[in-house]
Ligand binder design. Structure first.
Ligand SMILES: O=C(O)CCC(=O)C(=O)O
Ligand SMILES: [Fe+2]
Length: 991
């Protein structure tokens, strides 16, 4: 029972419950009244909680001890504070969100982004349980005791019970573990929040927000307790029903409980930090404010958050993984302060699902939308200048030298605890800062070439990578596990950053950087998280490459085409400067790798220069000694001070150089450029190996088996001709390499790793096509078919939640095509009878659909690939032998290694759909006639199986050589919305 103060309060009149036929989610209900009934009741409640947390991630809480009237009273207090506190006082008592990462105080309207072009319309007032820590608004003072009592009750009587039940639900060794982690007497960021949403978006803003008042997000909390209120607006994803967004029903007097990211980490993602959002209400509730009360809970400041595997048999049985390496786990304070600072600032909206508008927030390497990556704490101080500019500072504490930025700009470098950043630069100062960046570009360019101003003629030289002189070389940053702050380019800078006449506003740059690190980077984590400013300072080339890569999937699709030639120009300039200073070389290599992995769109493979960039990156890495696990001193003309610390970073970069260049070469049917053991000066066992993250280690091991297999198979002569006896040996090789791959797996693989694993398996298995029919080994081909389907199904699975293919490197192209054509070949062969036709067909069209998603230009390789794949599926001529039978096992192009499987299909396509003469026409007969192929013709009964019925599974009665039309594949509704200019594609030379 909360003691009411006598002070008068105006009642906030909430909306009436909606009568509209909106859909509500069905949530479990926990009756906290049963908590006192004894251990059996508690065990039952705990199990209910476990079920709720592993499904919806939300539940209703009733009988929690606070009456409806007491909750209403709090809503009234909140509304009173919002309506009656003078604006100046609110401003004065704003929470130090950006400065300290604390919510204690007011959050005024507009602090968060509510859409690409709108700020929020929500006012918050947050109270910490020690209300004396900050000055409270005059409007609250009369109610302070009452609010304190409400907080205390919520914390001690509701939260503690819930935490106890949560511990029981996980069967923690220490039942009180969560309770102790939320001690009432210690400090943490837990806050009571009053929140008032104002229904005041303009029409223009509504377009940007798509009706959302608060974008989809996860809470940063351990638990969030929301006091139910009548406006239908809170929505959660209904995981029981296609993850559709559904409203949460109002239950008078109840609370709604959900877990946040801290609980997600504690449980290794076993408990969902469910995504939720606030949507404008149905029609009959529109035009009203929404005022409500919440209690957002966080562990005490010093609690280190990590997965409780050692404490919980439930988690061990569930097979979850540790969220962080023990030494890397963040404390509650570090996490909260970092996360609160950036909340709603660098939001990236889910482009795949624009209506969902799910925000991704990043604190350094900790991404709020997915189970965490590792993080390590970094506690360095910044000098006053760097703090002012919000730049990372490499000043050494108690060291007489100036930081590298102050040295460069000839500033006084002062370290002072008392220094407080002044919030915003004046417009003039900002102007100066931008000019400084631009003039740095021109003055540092070799041969004095100037950065182009917007007016400069477009054929002038463009800025190139800046190689710091040795004296200025900044000290290295630890790549793995740092928790860098996410800096922004100052929002109000009017001009933005320019490249060769193209000006990109700071806001866009920020969004693109967030997009890159949230979406692209997880697929191929070459880069450490960095801010736009830092990145630009270190290497404009790398900066622009990041901007380009992210722009591929940016909502404004006019940006990417403007960037491509500029970025390629920059790349060539960067190469021509051939940096030999380690830091500059690192940045150039990184940029080249990005451009290799996400090459600029081209319409024919011949124009793709990713090979050039990846080989160059590789060579530049070797030249700088990155392939040696020592510090690289032997490769330098100056004394390398920091190189030792960087050896892990360089080893990682070297790993990516080999993996990327290899993937690109193999995809083009060229031999691997580098065999890891050529450089294996016992490096695998040296100090860097244990520091590499497990995913990269696995990738390297897979890569080693893959290249060994390709080398051995190619060198053993199976490529040119393969007799029946040799086929047996070939199959044995394939079998042994597959065993080697399987032996690498000593732990469950995550989704990314599984795709990599299946891809390598598929790549080795396709060499079966090089065998001879005499020794046809059916089980091997059936497995091959299954791998091909697995690869496409895995990729398709990964695509929906992560956009793995859309945002991932484009060399995934190759594996998609390889899998699709493997399926096509096998389904058009005598082996068809042993295969699951429908599965193959589904997987084949998944490949087409993945290409559709990857395509960023109507005429790029993916768009063209769609047409080719769709036409070949319906072709009656493909793999047609001279005697009229169809044999997908007959491989005519053999010197392009595994890629022959793909290129051979392209030639079938060219001959049929492009009217090109078939250069292999004679060979087709010859191969079959000479039994170099699998000689299907000679198999008893085979020829009758390979007649017309096989060739056109989906469309009957179609005339051969007809142009592709969407209704050829009527089952796939995407095809009808496909905007591929078929005429141009077909008339141009392809691939
Ligand atoms: O307003 C609500 O109902 C939810 C608010 C919320 O999700 C949040 O502040 O994190
Ligand atoms: Fe929330």
């Amino acid at each position: 029972m909360i003691h009411k103060t006598s002070s008068e309060l105006q009642h906030f009149v909430p909306v009436k419950p909606t009568k509209e036929p909106v859909e509500f989610v069905s949530l479990r209900t926990i009756d906290l009244g049963r908590y006192g009934e004894g251990p059996v009741a508690r065990a039952e409640l705990a199990e209910e909680i476990r079920l709720a947390m592993t499904t919806q991630g939300f539940f209703n809480l009733i009988n929690h001890g606070l009456s409806e009237e007491e909750i209403t009273r709090q809503v009234d207090i909140g509304h009173h504070v919002f309506s009656n506190t003078p604006r100046e006082e609110k401003e004065k008592l704003q929470a130090p969100i950006l400065e300290e990462g604390s919510y204690h105080g007011f959050k005024l309207r507009g602090h968060w982004r509510a859409g690409p072009a709108a700020r929020d319309k929500v006012e918050n007032f947050n109270v910490y349980r020690d209300m004396t820590l900050r000055e409270q608004p005059s409007t609250l003072l009369p109610f302070q005791a009452e609010v304190q009592e409400f907080i205390d009750h919520t914390h001690k009587e509701i939260l503690f019970k819930l935490l106890h039940l949560f511990a029981l639900s996980l069967k923690l060794d220490d039942e009180q573990f969560f309770v102790k982690a939320h001690s009432y007497d210690k400090h943490d960021e837990t806050w009571l929040r009053y929140m008032e949403y104002y229904d005041e978006f303009s029409d223009e803003e509504k377009k940007s927000t798509k009706g959302l008042w608060l974008g989809g997000h996860q809470d940063l909390t351990s638990l969030s307790l929301l006091f139910s209120q009548p406006m239908a607006s809170l929505q959660v994803r209904d995981y029981d029903n296609n993850s559709e967004w559904k409203y949460v029903r109002h239950i008078p007097g109840a609370m709604i409980v959900n877990a946040g990211e801290v609980m997600l980490w504690w449980t290794g993602n076993y408990y969902k930090a469910a995504i939720h959002r606030v949507h404008e209400p149905p029609q009959d509730q529109k035009g009203h404010n929404r005022c409500s009360v919440f209690y957002f809970c966080l562990p005490n400041d010093d609690v280190v958050i990590n997965t409780l595997l050692d404490q919980s048999p439930v988690l061990r049985e569930a097979g979850v993984e540790m969220a962080h390496k023990p030494e890397d786990a963040p404390t509650s304070k570090e996490w909260c302060n970092g996360r609160i600072k950036i909340t709603g600032q660098n939001a990236v909206w889910d482009k795949m699902n624009p209506d969902d508008r799910v925000m991704v927030e990043k604190v350094g390497k900790l991404e709020a939308m997915s189970p965490p990556e590792q993080t390590r704490r970094r506690r360095t101080k910044a000098c006053a200048e760097c703090r002012q500019q919000k730049l990372r500072c490499d000043a050494q504490i108690n060291h007489p030298d100036r930081c590298s930025r102050c040295r460069r700009m000839d500033l006084t470098c002062v370290m002072s605890d008392a220094y407080k950043r002044t919030k915003r630069l004046s417009r003039v100062e900002m102007q100066r800062e931008i000019q400084r960046l631009e003039s740095r570009l021109s003055s540092n360019s070799p041969q004095g070439s100037a950065a182009r101003s917007p007016e400069a003629p477009t054929n002038q030289a463009v800025p190139v990578d800046i190689s710091p002189s040795p004296a200025q070389e900044p000290s290295p940053r630890v790549v793995q596990g740092t928790m860098p702050e996410y800096h922004e380019l100052r929002e109000s800078t009017p001009q933005g950053v320019s490249l060769d006449g193209l000006v990109v506003p700071p806001d866009t740059i920020n969004t693109l950087f967030s997009l890159y690190f949230a979406r692209c980077s997880p697929c191929l984590p070459i880069l450490e998280v960095t801010s736009p400013e830092q990145s630009y300072e270190e290497s404009p080339f790398l900066f622009w490459t990041i901007v380009y890569v992210a722009s591929r999937q940016f909502e404004d699709d006019t940006l990417m085409p403007q960037l491509v030639t500029r970025v390629v120009d920059l790349a060539f300039k960067a190469i021509s400067s051939w940096p030999s200073f380690r830091r500059a070389a690192i940045r150039t290599i990184q940029g080249l790798l990005l451009l290799s992995a996400w090459p600029v769109p081209v319409d024919t493979r011949g124009k793709d220069i990713s090979q050039v960039f990846s080989c160059t990156a590789l060579q530049l890495a070797i030249r700088n000694g990155f392939h040696i696990s020592r510090n690289g001193q032997e490769f330098s003309r100056t004394v390398l001070e920091h190189a030792k610390d960087e050896s892990v970073n360089c080893a990682r970069l070297w790993a990516y150089c080999t993996i990327i260049s290899q993937s690109i070469n193999l995809g083009d049917g060229l031999p691997p450029l580098v065999y890891l053991d050529s450089f294996d000066y016992n490096r695998m066992n040296q100090n860097f190996w244990p520091s590499l993250d497990p995913r990269l280690k696995l990738h390297l091991k897979l890569h080693k088996v893959q290249t060994d297999a390709v080398r051995e198979i190619a060198q053993s002569g199976f490529i040119g001709h393969c007799s029946a006896d040799e086929t047996k040996t070939l199959n044995t090789f394939i079998y042994l390499y597959d065993e080697r791959l399987l032996a690498l797996i000593d732990r469950p693989l995550n989704e990314h790793e599984k795709v990599a694993f299946d891809s390598v398996r598929l790549h080795i298995q396709v060499f079966r096509f090089f065998g001879n029919s005499e020794s046809i080994e059916k089980p091997g081909f059936v497995r091959l078919f299954s791998f091909a389907c697995d690869v496409l199904e895995d990729l398709d699975q990964l695509e929906a939640p992560h956009g793995f293919v859309v945002h991932g490197p484009l060399f995934n192209n190759w594996i998609i095509t390889l899998a699709a054509f493997t399926i096509l070949r096998l389904l058009r062969s005598e082996l068809r009878q042993y295969l699951d036709y429908r599965r193959g067909e589904r997987a084949y069209f998944m490949a087409i659909d993945l290409f559709r998603k990857m395509s960023v230009d109507h005429n790029d390789l993916q768009a063209r690939g769609i047409v080719i794949m769709a036409q070949l599926w319906t072709s009656q001529n493909i793999f047609r032998q001279t005697d009229g039978t169809t044999d997908g096992l007959c491989l005519r192009i053999r010197s392009r290694l595994a890629a022959g499987v793909v290129f051979d299909c392209f030639w079938w396509w060219r001959a049929e759909f492009q009217g090109q003469p078939n250069p292999y026409a004679d060979l087709t007969g010859e191969i079959s006639g000479n039994r170099m192929s699998h000689g299907v013709l000679d198999m008893p009964g085979a020829s009758s199986m390979f007649d017309q019925t096989l060739a056109a599974p989906l469309v009957e009665d179609r005339s051969i050589n007809a142009g592709f039309t969407a209704d050829m594949i009527p089952d796939w509704d995407w095809a009808t919305s496909l905007e591929v200019p078929f005429d141009t594609c077909i008339s141009d030379s392809l691939l």
